[in-house]
Design a protein around this ligand. Structure first.
Ligand SMILES: C[S@@+](CC[C@H](N)C(=O)[O-])C[C@H]1O[C@@H](n2cnc3c(N)ncnc32)[C@H](O)[C@@H]1O
Length: 285
């Protein structure tokens, strides 16, 4: 069984997000649906104001960055960073204001000459293999008393869109992902999220719970959408299944979605946690 290797994982992240970014942007991030109802809330909760200098971590196609750029005015500045060039290309196309800049870089390696009044990160934290390293860097580039605002998905139980499929897939293809690969549910409870920020020395930690719904249509719609969105590295894994196993896996997914199905249509609950915290002291080094 392969074990988690951060370098190989980051390479796969880049391939995956370069491939998935157009669909992610058009079908999810740019729409006010399901978990993306959080985008305006994250910016509101962050209390970013006119003239602020802001850093948006794992900015993807720039949905949070754009809202920030409208809020800070011409005297402010926002920098969006992401490890994958594909999402950044999309972000640049529709974020044309002079107060926005995008940079392709791994958050674990980020370097800046400026310091920031605020830092945001929507649906990125769970992908960083070394979160403590990232949070130490955040404390280095965030001003004293500057605020970080982070949105993450809930647990397997509270954000079952992912887990209804992934739990079945892992039963049939146990090496679908190497052991120890970070999951989207990694910070899916208030305790898990709070511990990480406390450990990194942040103060005034607050966590808000947002409860959304996502309606993917019928079970068949949900299944089809998953498979059409599957990126090349994962698609290859399904080739190991014979047709009997494939049918059994699909049945298991259908069973997992039953408790969320009403009149033939799935309604997934989708919990999102939004954390805010303050940097008590700028770290040097
Ligand atoms: C779910 S998207 C979130 C994008 C955006 N924040 C939003 O709310 O739509 C996750 C993003 O994290 C980026 N990412 C993953 N690991 C990263 C890393 N180590 N450094 C920078 N970006 C990373 C991916 O490339 C992807 O664009």
């Amino acid at each position: 069984m392969p074990r988690f290797d951060p370098r190989a994982y980051k390479k796969r992240i880049i391939v995956t997000w370069n491939e998935f970014a157009p669909k992610y942007h058009s079908d999810w991030a740019s729409k006010d649906i399901g978990p993306f109802k959080s985008t305006s809330k994250v910016v509101k909760i962050s209390r970013i104001k006119t003239g602020d200098t802001v850093l948006d971590l794992a900015c993807g196609t720039g949905v949070v960055t754009k809202k920030i750029s409208s809020k800070i005015g011409n005297s402010g500045k926002v920098v969006g960073i992401d490890i994958s060039p594909g999402p950044i290309e999309i972000a640049k196309k529709w974020n044309t204001k002079k107060n926005v800049k995008f940079v392709v870089t791994d958050v674990e390696k980020m370097k800046f000459v400026e310091e920031f009044d605020a830092i945001t990160c929507q649906y990125g934290l769970m992908f960083f293999p070394n979160v403590q390293l990232v949070l130490r860097k955040v404390r280095k580039f965030l001003k004293k008393d500057g605020r970080i605002t982070v949105a993450v998905h809930g647990s397997k139980r509270t954000a079952p869109y992912f887990s209804c499929i992934s739990s079945a897939v892992l039963k049939f293809i146990p090496d679908f992902l190497p052991i120890g690969t970070p999951t989207v549910h990694r910070f899916g409870t208030k305790d898990l999220l709070r511990v990480e920020f406390k450990k990194a020395g942040f103060k005034k930690i607050n966590i808000y719970e947002l409860n959304f719904e996502y309606k993917p249509g019928t079970y068949e719609d949900y299944w089809r959408d998953y498979f059409t969105n599957l990126t090349t590295p994962l698609k290859k894994k399904f080739k190991s299944l014979d047709s009997r196993q494939f049918v059994a896996m699909k049945k298991m997914v259908e069973k997992n979605t039953r408790k969320f199905t009403k009149n033939g249509k799935i309604i997934f609950p989708w919990k999102v946690l939004v954390l805010t915290a303050v940097n008590p002291k700028k770290l040097s080094g």
